[in-house]
Write a protein that binds this ligand. Structure first.
Ligand SMILES: Cc1cc2nc3c(=O)[nH]c(=O)nc-3n(C[C@H](O)[C@H](O)[C@H](O)COP(=O)(O)OP(=O)(O)OC[C@H]3O[C@@H](n4cnc5c(N)ncnc54)[C@H](O)[C@@H]3O)c2cc1C
Length: 492
């Protein structure tokens, strides 16, 4: 039997939840989220995140009212510089080599602070200052660096718990094991979605359909098609999050004439534990497989050669492009390396004894021997690379944190490429989130948010932008869906 809703959201990650909550807040009554994954995979990629949210803000005093982990006494010893709209826009454009759609970027940035306020007040997301990931102690003060200070208590797990509570409170239905398979149309307008439920295809009608079902990072076929053959190498590319983001929404929208835009050869990919599971994240360790400590040390490939400027910028501005650089190395892997001087500075959650296989030795020669057992193929070259680095006679630059590697014990970990999400996606109107067609017209009744949006990032990305973008455009789409309903555009 066909059921009719005010609004149907496809995909139950953070972007989809934001859209559904905003739709209810704006007047929709019957809101449904259809989710492809079973309940044990609830939350999409959002569940696996560190909960980092990038936003424009006016400094510590602006953030204190929304965080739950700072006492008045602690606040005296914290430095958070303001982060302006110009800086946020500048970061996305700089990292994207000026290719991102300026209107889309502006819409994200200018609405970022309101979106955070809405998440804190309406969704009741328990924001914290991310001392453990974004700050270092300098002269007895906690100094935040890299344009990012906000995270969520218990990371992505805490974020998705808050989303689910807010959805439940508003009576939003959430159907698991229910993939959307195609969009229903009448004329050029979208009037609903066909889903697969208990093995049957079912037509669900709605005044508005909001696509929030992620990119194609978990599809080996689409990765190979768009990103290139390396991205299909078995055991070389690791999916960091949900295995269910296989590009379905993009294909469904494309099938009814939606315009594809953005960086189709690009994706977000990081240094990832080479011993992690390959085709999906691990729901317990989630983001802990990330290995972000490379700015403090060096990385070498299996030939013992450096291949990247590990200190080019703050981690938040380099980590999303380094996975790809590792993938292009022989056998698609690398070793990160540090000495005793900096080991205590590595993030505990990523480099704790119980989190990662540590390769340690008292001298660099012994470490080289141990690395030979783990896949290093050229010990002499490795030793030469470390000595040249220490002598500062570099062929590959180390622009910052050029700290010598000469004090034992030494530590190495093996890393590979972890894919996070893809950059190519749908064209939307930045004001409403409505999807645009090949000819540039609005597709009535179809909206989009989250990782599915194209043209926002190229090649690289400033950490913490994804969650914020999902909420900014989710709020726009949810409100536009309610406005469409109010204007009498019921499902036909
Ligand atoms: C390990 C990791 C750490 C990260 N850390 C951060 C961070 O700290 N800060 C940050 O800003 N970003 C981070 N990100 C990126 C962030 O997760 C995304 O930008 C954001 O969650 C995107 O939200 P989304 O709702 O668009 O996608 P998702 O959260 O992936 O949700 C998409 C949902 O759609 C469902 N779906 C797919 N196909 C269908 C279909 N046919 N029908 C119905 N449902 C479907 C999927 O099952 C999934 O639940 C991280 C990502 C990973 C993997």
């Amino acid at each position: 039997m066909t059921r009719t809703f005010d609004c149907i959201v496809v995909g139950g990650g953070h972007a989809g939840a934001s859209a559904a909550i905003a739709a209810v807040e704006a007047g929709c009554k019957d809101v449904l989220i259809v989710e492809k994954a079973p309940e044990e995979w609830v939350g999409g990629n959002g569940y696996f995140t560190a909960g980092a949210h990038r936003t424009v803000h006016a400094g510590l005093a602006d953030l204190l009212p929304i965080v739950t982990n700072v006492t008045a006494e602690q606040a005296e010893k914290i430095d958070v510089a303001p982060y302006t709209a110009d800086e946020f826009i500048g970061d996305i454009m700089r990292l994207g080599e000026n290719k991102p759609n300026a209107e889309l970027v502006q819409a994200l940035v200018e609405n970022s602070r309101d979106a955070i306020r809405w998440l804190a007040e309406t969704v009741e997301v328990p924001f914290i200052l991310a001392f453990h990931r974004q700050a270092y102690e300098v002269d007895g003060r906690q100094k935040f660096l890299g344009g990012l200070a906000l995270s969520v208590q218990d990371g992505g797990k805490g974020l998705i718990r808050a989303d689910l509570r807010a959805l439940q409170k508003r009576g939003v239905e959430l159907w698991f094991d229910t993939p959307a398979v195609r969009l229903a149309t009448e004329g050029s307008a979208v009037t609903g979605v066909v889903v697969r439920k208990s093995g049957e295809e079912v037509l669900l009608k709605a005044s508005a359909v909001i696509l929030a079902c992620g990119g194609y990072e978990s599809s080996r076929e689409l990765r190979m098609k768009y990103l290139g053959p390396d991205w299909n190498m078995l055991g070389w590319v690791f999916v960091r999050g949900t295995p269910y983001n296989t590009g379905d929404g993009i294909l469904m929208a494309q099938a009814i004439g939606a315009k594809l835009v953005g960086d189709w050869r690009g994706c977000h990919s990081t240094c990832w534990d080479a011993n992690a599971p390959t085709d999906a994240g691990n729901r317990e360790l989630s983001n802990q497989f990330t290995k972000s400590g490379y700015p403090l040390g060096i990385m070498v490939n299996i030939n013992g050669e450096r291949f990247v400027d590990e200190g080019q910028d703050f981690r938040n501005y380099t980590y999303a492009k380094i996975g790809k650089q590792i993938l292009s190395q022989p056998e698609g892997c690398a070793f990160q390396l540090w000495d005793a001087k900096v080991i205590p500075q590595l993030r505990r959650e990523e480099y704790g004894d119980d989190v990662v296989q540590k390769i340690t030795a008292s001298t660099i020669e012994k470490l080289a021997d141990r690395l030979m057992d783990e896949g290093l193929q050229d010990k002499e070259n490795f030793l030469r690379t470390v000595h040249e680095y220490n002598d500062a006679s570099l062929t590959t630059a180390k622009s910052n944190w050029a700290i010598s590697i000469d004090k034992g014990p030494f530590l190495a970990v093996k890393v590979a490429c972890g894919i996070t999400f893809t950059f190519g996606g749908l064209a939307i109107d930045p004001g409403t989130g409505v999807v645009l067609s090949e000819s540039g017209d609005v597709i009535q009744g179809l909206f989009c948010t989250g990782e599915m949006i194209g043209d926002l990032y190229y090649n690289n990305y400033p950490g913490g932008s994804g969650l914020t973008a999902g909420t900014v455009f989710g709020m726009k789409a949810g409100r536009a869906a309610a406005a469409r309903l109010a204007s009498g555009k019921d499902a036909a």
